[in-house]
Design a protein around this ligand. Structure first.
Ligand code: 13P
Length: 343
């Protein structure tokens, strides 16, 4: 294993002031986003939209350390024939690739899923590396559910094991794995239940990473924050989310991991930024804390774009703004005033 190369890439992914753009929506998910805007989800529209993001010069050069792509996008070229991967590289950012194949129901575990995609993964990683991918992503999904019985041991163990096998294969092919065990914020559980379940999931994940000989210095963790379920009547302040998330991570994530890049998971744009900022203000942390946001970076530019070429400049302004706000949050230097000024 070339750990120094893996560590160099992982460190660049979580460099101060920068974070990751998750633009790896599957064809089904991007269609849902486009449907909401009244835009038809054609190959060309998906290309135009993503080209708009990757040509947002300020965001890409200053705040976005890497971009997670979907299989279709890593093979696509911009309108002028330049491969999209080259646009990302030219901007000074790293191309990455989602390699999991989505979730499937787990037998005898109603309501629970396991992420698939290990079959043929080594061969796909070799191909993706040839296409320019320097890092990869695999997302496991854990639902806390309405009843206290969830998640099951089967679900937590199965997903942690698959994540670790994926991560080992990535490192063996000189690709930095983003290890993403996402505990969903659906449901009415409170923040402490989220901490309890996420801690279990993280501990099991690191256990499996150890058994699969994954080098922690050559990976990035992508967890959820500690937040109450969307339907919980007990809301949590920004400070409570920050304190409980940092405490949970200190208890579960070894210091050898270079960085933790959160998913936004359905938080509003500003919440996702405020939470990250508050955590970085706590300071004195063993790993870098940054973002790997999908929705919280793209909702505003998507709306501004709405499928029209004449809106590209406005959409790029919206994307630059969110990227800058989150870049500042990685340094604990974001202020709510900066949002108002831009509005
Ligand atoms: P969200 O930030 O929209 O949760 O997406 C991040 C991601 O990549 C989920 O796998």
């Amino acid at each position: 294993m070339n750990l120094s190369e893996l560590n160099k890439v992982a460190t660049a992914m979580v460099a101060p002031g920068r974070g990751i753009l998750a633009a790896d929506e599957s064809t089904g998910t991007i269609k849902k986003r486009f449907d909401a805007l009244g835009v038809e989800s054609t190959t060309d529209n998906r290309r135009d939209y993503r080209e708009m993001l990757f040509r947002s010069t300020d965001a890409m050069a200053i705040y976005i350390s890497g971009v997670i792509l979907f299989d279709e996008t890593i093979r696509q070229s911009a309108m002028d024939g330049t491969p999209l991967v080259k646009l990302i590289e030219k901007a000074g950012s790293l191309p990455g690739i989602k390699v999991d194949k989505g979730t499937k129901p787990i037998p005898f575990c109603p309501g629970e899923v396991v992420t698939e995609g290990l079959d043929g993964l080594r061969e796909r990683l070799v191909e993706y590396r040839g296409l320019g991918a320097r890092f990869a992503k695999w997302r496991a999904v854990i639902d806390i559910g309405q009843e206290h019985g969830l998640p099951s041991h089967t679900c937590v163990m199965g997903n942690a094991h698959a994540l670790a096998r994926y991560a080992a294969l990535c490192q063996d092919e000189l690709i930095v794995p983003i290890v993403e065990p996402e505990v969903l914020m659906d449901g009415d559980h409170d923040i402490d239940r989220c901490v309890e379940v996420t801690s279990w999931v993280l501990k099991e994940t690191f256990h499996q990473l150890f058994y699969n000989r994954v080098a922690l210095e050559g990976m990035v963790l992508k967890p959820n924050m500690a937040v109450p379920g969307k339907k919980s009547p007990k809301r949590a302040s920004v400070e409570e989310v920050a304190e409980k998330t940092v405490r949970m991570l200190r208890n579960c994530v070894p210091a050898a991991v270079p960085g933790i890049a959160f998913l936004s998971g359905g938080q509003s744009d500003e919440e996702a930024t405020a939470h990250l900022d508050a955590m970085n203000r706590i300071g004195n942390l063993p790993w870098r804390l940054t973002f790997s946001y999908g929705r919280a970076l793209q909702a505003a530019p998507q709306k501004a774009w709405s499928g029209k070429a004449e809106n590209v400049a406005a959409a790029q302004r919206a994307f630059n703004h969110r990227a800058m706000m989150n870049g500042l949050a990685t340094l604990g230097q974001w202020k709510a005033d900066l949002e108002r000024k831009a509005a």
